[in-house]
Design a protein around this ligand. Structure first.
Ligand code: ZN
Length: 463
């Protein structure tokens, strides 16, 4: 990789606009974790890179999960008794809760309200809601639409299909001189929202496009998958490749106006962590670094104790940290072509430095051995260590009654404690250590450990 390649990107004034245009084209498509919206999205990406599209059948067991039924939707609306459409899926696909079951009926206002979601703090925005693993239906509306509803008989139609089909994902692999590989992964399951995560989809596409036909030392794999279930599916089908993967980045929220934020890998000082921080320092722009936390996006699957890879995430404003997140306000006005280009340059530089890194593998192994407690300890409850009984990716918490089926905007403490414990129950970290790392009180961690032990998700390490 030569510097003139970088110059080509820097000098290409149109690259940011091209990334922006791709997002604009993908924006109207109704995507979910399965279905035709994902296929249509991947087909468009194939115009840029020779992406391979994979279909994994519904019902297939993938680690602790099962590939869900495929969801497709053609129309949905709410009409008042005057036959006026007051909520219309065709105006915004966010109006329908993703994975809503088909509905066709008449409802009173009070019955209808049980299925409506709003954002009281932002009366003009539509929230984004999903119900992937619990059969339910719902409409997401602005607070204004909600407040305008009067006593009436409402006709409610959701013309959706939930049936055996497949989960679709895309993959593009560039073979380098070595088998050791680096992964850039983004998720393609979100409907009409830009920063989260069409910005990531566009960046990974253009990054791959630039690397195509280059002579590279390492191999690079670009993944376009539905979040969580897609990463679990991919890792389950590609378990044999895990040893070759040396590091990776989850690409998300890379198009907004804010400074860059890097979420470190679980190891904190893996090669990828050092390289990303070097790129940020050399950028001469302000940036933020956050320590790893075991929730967020797919880094938590790649970093789970049974997979154990250093995966970080280079973003601008992280998910959950911008009010527009998971709402209709995360639209084309929230992202900027110069910011997309700026993010792309940083990712490209990361690859340039990775290619230069001489002792990639050795460093990687060093870090792995250093993680966990090393000091001898007294035999005390707080020093006890646990092992995760489902160490490959995250276990399915929903089927054990441990996950709220409709994803809320805010993650509560109990949920966070579960993720911390599952992620660090590797026989090396004590519960006290997990409490310190997570900054969650020892009593909450201990209580959660008891619940997870009773559910058979973790057990005391017997050494
Ligand atoms: Zn999201």
């Amino acid at each position: 990789m030569k510097n003139y390649e970088m110059d080509k990107i820097l000098k290409n004034n149109d690259i940011g606009s091209e990334m922006f245009d791709l997002i604009e084209r993908l924006f109207p498509i109704c995507r979910s974790i399965t279905g035709n919206g994902v296929r249509q999205t991947l087909k468009i990406l194939q115009e840029h890179i020779p992406l391979k599209i994979f279909e994994v059948p519904s019902g297939m067991k993938v680690f602790d999960w099962v590939v869900p039924e495929e969801w497709n939707i053609s129309d949905a609306y709410i009409k008042n008794s005057k036959e006026e459409k007051i909520v219309d899926f065709k105006k915004s696909n966010l109006h329908v809760m993703s994975y809503s079951i088909p509905v066709n009926g008449k409802l009173s206002l009070s019955e209808l309200k049980k299925h409506l979601f709003t954002l009281p703090d932002h009366p003009n925005w539509i929230p984004y809601r999903t119900s992937y693993y619990e059969k339910n239906w719902g409409f997401c509306v602005t607070k204004k639409q909600y407040d305008n509803l009067k006593e009436d008989q409402y006709k409610v139609v959701i013309d959706s299909k939930l049936e055996k089909g497949s989960l679709t994902y895309g993959e593009y692999f560039i073979k380098g001189e070595k088998d050791d590989e680096v992964i850039f992964s983004c998720y393609i399951c979100h409907p009409s929202m830009c920063n989260d995560n069409l910005s990531g989809v566009s960046l990974v596409t253009f990054l791959a496009k630039f690397l195509k036909d280059k002579k590279l030392k390492y191999s690079y794999r670009f993944l376009f998958m539905p979040e969580t279930i897609g990463a679990i599916t991919w890792l389950s089908l590609n378990e044999k490749k895990v040893d070759r993967i040396k590091q990776g980045l989850i690409v998300t929220c890379v198009g907004d106006r804010a400074d860059s934020t890097y979420k470190k890998s679980k190891y904190g000082n893996a090669v990828i962590d050092r390289v990303v921080q070097r790129v940020l320092q050399e950028s001469m722009e302000p940036f933020n670094i956050v320590e790893f936390f075991p929730f967020g996006s797919d880094e938590r699957q790649f970093s789970s104790p049974g997979i154990n890879l250093p995966f970080g995430s280079l973003m601008r404003t992280p998910y959950h940290k911008f009010p527009q997140y998971h709402t209709s306000a995360d639209n084309m006005d929230f992202i900027f072509s110069d910011c997309l280009k700026n993010s792309l340059i940083k990712y490209y530089k990361i690859i340039t430095y990775l290619e230069d890194e001489k002792s990639l593998e050795n460093n990687f192994e060093d870090i792995k051995e250093k993680s966990g407690d090393t000091k001898p300890e007294e035999i005390k409850e707080e020093n006890s260590k646990y092992v995760n009984c489902f160490p490959k990716c995250e276990p399915n918490l929903g089927k054990r009654g441990l996950y709220r089926m409709i994803l809320e905007k805010k993650i509560n403490l109990g949920q966070e404690a579960i993720f911390w414990i599952l992620s660090f129950s590797d026989g090396k970290h004590s519960i006290k250590n997990i409490s310190e790392k997570s900054k969650i009180s020892y009593s909450v961690i201990k209580k959660t450990v008891e619940i997870l032990t009773a559910k058979g998700l973790i057990k005391k390490a017997d050494f």
